[in-house]
Ligand binder design. Structure first.
Ligand SMILES: NC(=O)c1ccc[n+]([C@@H]2O[C@H](COP(=O)([O-])OP(=O)(O)OC[C@H]3O[C@@H](n4cnc5c(N)ncnc54)[C@H](O)[C@@H]3O)[C@@H](O)[C@H]2O)c1
Length: 352
């Protein structure tokens, strides 16, 4: 890889600090500066990683003064569009944290600006770089399950009341865009549609049972119909102490597979030579963290790094990243259908 990308991180809280850290390891990325409304947050993220670059509290000033190629937007979810569009309007490429925004129409606006300015826009969905999830997707693409009967995804996580109180924006419709699904579960909604295929209709129930102070859901359960005819079940919660790994299960006429902090099951009527080796290598016993189950900080840094590397490699080739705007939009559209169904007490809603 020849080019060095000159990058700024905007929003240096929990995940912005992770971007600062990841960048130290990526050969093609150079952190040029950071921006946070609170100077102290910028300083903390830089100090933690022994990095010294300018800290801005005014995004427009930073965009005016610094020579940049791209900006990583790590601000609260309902405040992605503003910084993303400001950077793209100045001809910069943007990598934006999940969810790309909290409403599909806001993502459409961002995609339109990227097109108009001829710049690239990509999202973060680092769990697509988890090898067990990739193995499930590959098996679907190779038709190894035959007709899929059912696919289920459960995110049985736990977050403390303190987690929601810190940051202020978490657990609010305005800035978080939802709760256990839009914030924590968006990864798994994306994986579900990425692995199994487009979701046609959803029927959901949701409420906040364990964290009564938050206005959004801490638990949602949903029945799904995929466009390929398969049925599905989706559950996301931040109310299941102590918090366990995400489980994705797919089964059909020729096989069953489970991704749960590794590859737990990968069994087909017609086994292939590499299957046993894959199961052994990706065994859940070898997992190093809970994948975010116990706390927001308990996520493997490697996957973020892999996601970033893939984005910059694609951009270097002049191609769109795998998680480009319209792709990152899909999970948000499914989630909005789930919320609409939950408001209608489980009535089926088509994904738009
Ligand atoms: N990929 C993942 O696994 C993952 C994990 C956690 C969070 N996230 C996402 O990252 C984003 C941030 O989450 P977090 O937990 O790091 O939040 P946080 O509250 O810890 O950090 C957000 C930071 O942004 C700053 N900020 C707010 N508005 C700003 C603005 N307009 N300009 C500059 N700085 C601004 C705040 O001062 C704060 O320091 C969210 O969209 C969240 O969904 C992704």
């Amino acid at each position: 890889m020849s080019r060095q990308w000159r990058i700024a991180v905007v929003g240096t809280g929990v995940v912005g600090e992770l971007h600062v850290r990841s960048m130290k390891k990526l050969p093609n990325c150079q952190l040029v500066c950071v921006c946070d409304l609170e100077n102290e947050k910028g300083k903390k993220a830089l100090d933690k990683n022994s990095v010294s670059v300018p800290i801005y509290t005014d995004l427009l000033e930073m965009l005016k003064k610094e020579k940049l190629d791209s900006v990583h937007v790590c601000t609260p979810s309902g405040d992605h569009k503003g910084p993303v569009i400001a950077a793209m309007e100045r001809g910069l490429n943007v990598l934006v944290e999940k969810p790309m925004e909290i409403q599909p129409d806001r993502i459409d606006e961002m995609v339109a600006v990227a097109k108009k300015r001829g710049v690239k826009l990509a999202g973060v969905f680092q769990n697509r770089w988890n090898e067990a999830n990739r193995a499930l997707r590959q098996a679907v693409r190779e038709n190894r399950f035959g007709r899929i009967s059912w696919a289920g995804v459960i995110t049985p996580w736990y977050r403390t009341d303190q987690y929601y109180e810190e940051g202020g924006w978490r657990g609010t419709w305005k800035m978080d865009g939802g709760g256990a699904v839009m914030n924590q579960g968006v990864h798994q909604v994306d994986l579900m549609q990425w692995i199994v295929g487009p979701v046609k209709t959803v029927s959901a129930y949701a409420s906040s049972r364990i964290h009564p102070k938050i206005e959004v859901e801490d638990t949602l359960t949903c029945a799904l119909q995929f466009e390929n005819g398969a049925y599905g079940t989706y559950v996301s919660t931040t109310g299941m102490w102590p918090g366990g790994p995400v489980r994705i299960e797919i089964g059909g006429e020729f096989g069953t597979a489970i991704s749960e902090n590794g590859l737990k099951r990968f069994e087909f009527k017609t086994p292939l030579p590499g299957d046993a080796e894959l199961l052994e290598r990706l065994s859940p016993a070898k997992a190093k963290d809970s994948g975010g189950g116990k706390a927001a900080t308990d996520i493997g840094l490697d996957l973020h790094g892999k996601n970033m590397l893939a984005v910059y490699e694609a951009w270097e080739r002049g191609e769109e990243a795998e998680t480009f705007g319209p792709e990152a939009r899909k999970a948000v559209a499914i989630i909005q259908a789930m919320y609409e169904s939950a408001r209608k007490n489980g009535s089926p809603v088509d994904v738009r």
